[in-house]
Design a protein around this ligand. Structure first.
Ligand SMILES: [Zn+2]
Length: 174
């Protein structure tokens, strides 16, 4: 089922999500719904809080060489934790909860993440560059943080101004 993705400044996006305790059918439905929603919205990652579920659950699915995002290639991460990070990388990021905004953000160049899959099996994965950026972006969501919070004061002010204008325009359209 396709879920509604909440957008900034919805306060729910500031929620610190809780760990999953049961790896049951309910969790599997959530993961399947999140995948479906992410594909429809053209995203490469999605955190559960973006569909209003405050659980430490995220999915990542980068397009393959044929530009296809298949469910088999999707990474499903439950209770993920970054256990180490290294280096610095600057990447232009976007977010389904802040549509149409793209900003350069500085993050770690590589990360090691510990997480559980949908069956409760523990995994450790090392990610670099774009994949590392996506992991950090999605894990930030679980901590209640958005990428726009990493902007400089000046850029953040510019964003807030433009965002307010956009929201107003959308409101007037209705
Ligand atoms: Zn995001």
């Amino acid at each position: 089922m396709i879920k509604e993705i909440i957008t900034y400044p919805n306060k729910l996006l500031r929620t610190k999500s809780k760990d999953v305790e049961k790896f049951d059918a309910e969790l599997h439905t959530l993961l399947d719904d999140m995948f479906e929603t992410m594909i429809v919205k053209d995203g490469v990652g999605l955190a559960a809080i973006q569909v209003s579920v405050p659980l430490n659950v995220l999915i990542i699915c980068l397009p393959d060489d044929n530009n296809v995002q298949s469910h088999e290639n999707a990474l499903e991460a439950i209770n993920p934790k970054i256990i180490s990070k290294e280096g610095v990388i600057t990447f232009t990021e976007g977010c389904l909860s802040v549509p149409e905004v793209h900003e350069e953000i500085k993050r770690s160049q590589s990360v090691v993440v510990e997480y559980f899959d949908r069956d409760g099996q523990k995994h450790t994965i090392e990610a670099e560059e774009f994949m590392a950026v996506v992991w950090q972006h999605e894990i930030d969501h679980l901590l209640g943080q958005l990428f726009i919070e990493k902007l400089s004061v000046l850029k953040r002010k510019k964003f807030e101004k433009e965002w307010k204008k956009k929201l107003k325009e959308e409101k007037n359209k209705k």
